[in-house]
Ligand binder design. Structure first.
Ligand SMILES: Cc1cc2nc3c(=O)[nH]c(=O)nc-3n(C[C@H](O)[C@H](O)[C@H](O)COP(=O)(O)OP(=O)(O)OC[C@H]3O[C@@H](n4cnc5c(N)ncnc54)[C@H](O)[C@@H]3O)c2cc1C
Ligand code: SF4
Ligand code: SF4
Ligand code: SF4
Length: 408
């Protein structure tokens, strides 16, 4: 977002608050007392400000104009109130007490080292956008995106977690001979809903692997095995932490470069807010008098966990799974797998669709080819859908700062 710079040191002071101290209004620029009948006045946010001379009035009006300009540039964006600044930054204790928020709005004062709202808030978002501790750019929240889409499978018989897009893309790549294999995750035959990473080399194996399992899957181990077996072109599906492992293996001077000189990896990232321990999910399900082996589908979305059994759906608040949340996930701030070639998630789009971010050139090309070849149906992601993703990404980023609060 391109925000014009504002000379923040010129603080607008409301005339009525000054009058409590002295009978004469004070010019907010030169700080001198001014007769109330001065011809130089300005009205802002329902208050009148009095000036000593035209110079002071001009300086004040210039700041006001800048604020109006910033407000205009933020007008069509999502509404962000002081409440968001309080929730994300002030309450968790990561406010640096720089005073930028108070300097940009007459409704905020610094009370000691704490910003406090003392007047009306129009949710213009200005204070949030000045704060050095917030993350406000789209790239800061979700990484660099070539193009965002809403998509769903165009293949018969694909029952994905959301739109079945990951599975359909893999099916296309394999059928076109562009892949030797894909590292996907399936349910263990012995322990239902326990994730098992596998090397899929056939169309049927890919179709079988559709759906999400909400526990850590050791995909990198399977990747190593695939390379050792002589696979050269490999897609790896995983949440951001798995994709980061691939990224590091490529980029780090101490990474397993020797392995990748023989293999070409396509990292396909899944959005991810949290995972839970397999044993924890098992315990939770048992506590609801259900058995994991009977659960046909599991979906976590909109703060709920939905379990399906024999045509019946059981819905629980996700907070009930809190005790089983993987501790590593508390330290994770990437929702959308910023290092993937393409990222896929459920948030943003309607039920039955997948949100897709193409990122790399290669990711963009293969996604388009799969659409052209009739494997996937796609449309551009709408702005309101993107806003939902950005909101969740922001929540995950600031969650890191709220660790102490969450642990209480
Ligand atoms: C642990 C986890 C947490 C998630 N959290 C969110 C979230 O908070 N918000 C959100 O919008 N989306 C989340 N997702 C992504 C979402 O559930 C879907 O995977 C995504 O929208 C793609 O849907 P699809 O129908 O196109 O994929 P499908 O066609 O169903 O393909 C899903 C692919 O994911 C692979 N997979 C399944 N489980 C795992 C696993 N544990 N590790 C690695 N790969 C796996 C499968 O093998 C398959 O290839 C999460 C996914 C996982 C696995
Ligand atoms: S700058 Fe805007 S969002 Fe922030 S407190 Fe003032 S009116 Fe509210
Ligand atoms: S701008 Fe941010 S860091 Fe600075 S005082 Fe306000 S809340 Fe604190
Ligand atoms: S929240 Fe982060 S650490 Fe946890 S599984 Fe998802 S990507 Fe990995």
């Amino acid at each position: 977002m391109d925000i014009p710079s504002t000379p923040l040191m010129i603080l607008p002071i409301a005339a009525d608050s000054i009058q409590e101290v002295t009978n004469m209004p004070i010019d907010p620029i030169c700080k001198r007392e001014v007769p109330p009948d001065t011809p130089y006045t300005s009205d802002q946010d329902g208050k009148t400000y009095y000036f000593h001379d035209p110079e002071c009035k001009k300086k004040f009006d210039d700041v006001a104009k800048n604020i109006v300009r910033v407000k205009r540039s933020l007008k069509d964006k999502e509404k962000i109130s002081f409440g968001r600044l309080r929730k994300d930054i002030i309450k968790p204790g990561i406010c640096a007490a720089c005073g930028a928020c108070a300097a940009s709005c007459p409704s905020i004062i610094m009370e000691g080292e704490k910003p406090k709202l003392i007047g009306p808030c129009t949710a213009c978002g200005i204070c949030y956008n000045q704060c050095p501790r917030t993350i406000t750019t789209e790239e800061g929240l979700v990484g660099s995106i070539r193009h965002p889409y809403a998509a769903r499978s165009a293949l018969k018989g694909v029952r994905g977690q959301d739109g079945g897009v990951v599975t359909s893309l893999l099916a296309y790549l394999l059928e076109e001979g562009l892949l030797d294999c894909a590292i996907v995750t399936v349910k263990s035959e012995d322990d239902p809903w326990k994730p098992v990473p596998v090397i899929a080399t056939t169309y049927d194996e890919i179709i079988e692997s559709a759906g999400s399992i909400y526990a850590h899957s050791m995909t990198i181990q399977a990747l190593m095995n695939a390379v050792q077996q002589g696979m050269r072109s490999i897609a790896l599906v995983g949440p951001p932490c798995n994709i980061d492992a691939v990224y590091k293996i490529y980029k780090s001077p101490y990474g397993l470069l020797h392995m990748f000189m023989r293999a070409n990896i396509l990292p396909l990232g899944l959005f991810c807010m949290d995972t839970f321990s397999y044993e924890g999910i098992e315990e939770f399900v048992a506590s609801r008098h259900l058995e994991l082996k009977d659960i046909e589908s599991m979906k976590i979305w909109r703060g709920k966990i939905e379990l399906e059994k024999g045509g019946e759906t059981f819905v629980y608040d996700l907070s009930e799974l809190d005790p089983y949340r993987s501790s590593s996930c508390k330290y994770c701030t990437d929702l959308t797998a910023r290092h993937a070639a393409i990222s896929f998630g459920g948030v943003g789009t309607p039920d039955g669709w997948t949100t897709v971010f193409t990122r790399s050139g290669r990711g963009y090309e293969i996604f388009h080819e799969a659409v052209e070849m009739g494997y996937i149906e796609s449309r551009d992601l709408e702005e309101k859908e993107m806003t939902r993703v950005l909101n969740l990404a922001r929540m995950k980023k600031v969650q890191k700062y709220s660790l102490i609060r969450r642990e209480k």
